[in-house]
Write a protein that binds this ligand. Structure first.
Ligand SMILES: C[S@@+](CC[C@H](N)C(=O)[O-])C[C@H]1O[C@@H](n2cnc3c(N)ncnc32)[C@H](O)[C@@H]1O
Length: 283
């Protein structure tokens, strides 16, 4: 595998179809309330946390529907869900061309209006200042090295009074260089499975939001609630073994399963986990 294959754009072009079999329609972790619920219920519950953070029931300006920028939209399932439930207009962006094609095809098939998808980069999105009422990054930030640019762009496109919400994998502690060296095989497996990912702390996201003039009003640690996700992903990998191998090969399948074990251990020992922040752009 070349280094380029780890780049999130090529990585997501390669894994989008397999991810549906492994992660489900929504390409993100689940928030489990009982621990027994199906993965699809738990992934919808994470989207619900984002909805609460974004306050999608608020009226738009001058009677217009709220305009939401979905940064890192995957196959568009959360975008379609919020457009359908709240009547908001969503522009989903992703660097993956396969992601855009898949999201457009599924949206047409589902007959959902008010949702469009474009191939753009969340760290330089190209939209005008103040064009959106909401900016939303559901589990895409870890795939962007330049978190400062991501948050600055999310803040820039918000109109005054608009809201920003982000949830993602986070790092809870410093990882000394010696430990990175010692665990380099584990990190290589994570990279093979999930591409070039970098975890920031929840404090980093809060500080970036504040330094871009946003007022943070919610901060949630979802580490414990997301932990059962790994069991569900392993079960999906087992159940869909042959189809996943057809899509990403034996090595891809094996890296995914080993990654579940590695990440679960990191979740349990307090190294990595999951968090959410939301903030408002003041008037
Ligand atoms: C884990 S998936 C989440 C997808 C979607 N938000 C969901 O929850 O179903 C991460 C998404 O971020 C996208 N992505 C990665 N780097 C990006 C970037 N620099 N700009 C925009 N999207 C990016 C990937 O292509 C993918 O669509």
């Amino acid at each position: 595998m070349t280094t380029d294959a780890y780049d999130p754009q090529s990585h997501y072009d390669r894994v989008t179809a397999a991810w549906q079999l492994l992660l489900g329609d929504e390409l993100h972790y689940g928030v489990f309330e009982t621990g027994d619920e199906p993965l699809a219920v738990a992934t919808a519950a994470l989207t619900r946390r984002m909805i609460d953070g974004a306050d999608l029931t608020a009226p738009g300006v001058d009677g217009h529907p709220l305009r939401v920028l979905d940064v890192g939209c995957g196959s568009g399932t959360p975008a379609r869900a919020i457009a359908t439930e709240f009547g908001v207009e969503v522009v989903g962006i992703t660097t993956s061309g396969v992601g855009v094609e898949t999201a457009r095809a599924r949206t047409a098939e589902a007959g959902v209006a008010g949702v469009t998808f474009e191939q753009r980069d969340g760290t330089a999105n190209g939209f005008a200042d103040g064009e959106f009422d909401r900016s939303w990054a559901l589990e895409s930030a870890h795939l962007m090295r330049d978190k400062a640019a991501l948050v600055a762009e999310c803040a820039r496109v918000l109109r005054p009074g608009g809201r920003f919400v982000l949830c993602d994998l986070v790092r809870w502690r410093e990882i000394p260089f010696a430990e990175v060296r010692e665990r380099r095989d584990d990190f290589a497996v994570l990279r093979a499975a999930f591409g070039d990912a970098h975890f920031a702390t929840l404090d980093d996201y809060e500080q970036l939001a504040a330094s871009n003039g946003l007022v943070v009003d919610r901060r949630e640690d979802l580490t414990a609630a997301t932990l059962p996700t790994f069991d569900r992903w392993r079960a999906n990998a087992d159940r869909n073994h042959d189809a996943v191998v057809d899509l990403i090969g034996v090595d891809g399948h094996s890296a995914f399963v080993r990654s579940c074990d590695i990440l679960e251990a990191f979740w349990r020992d307090g190294t990595f986990g999951y968090g959410l922040v939301s903030a408002t752009r003041p008037h």
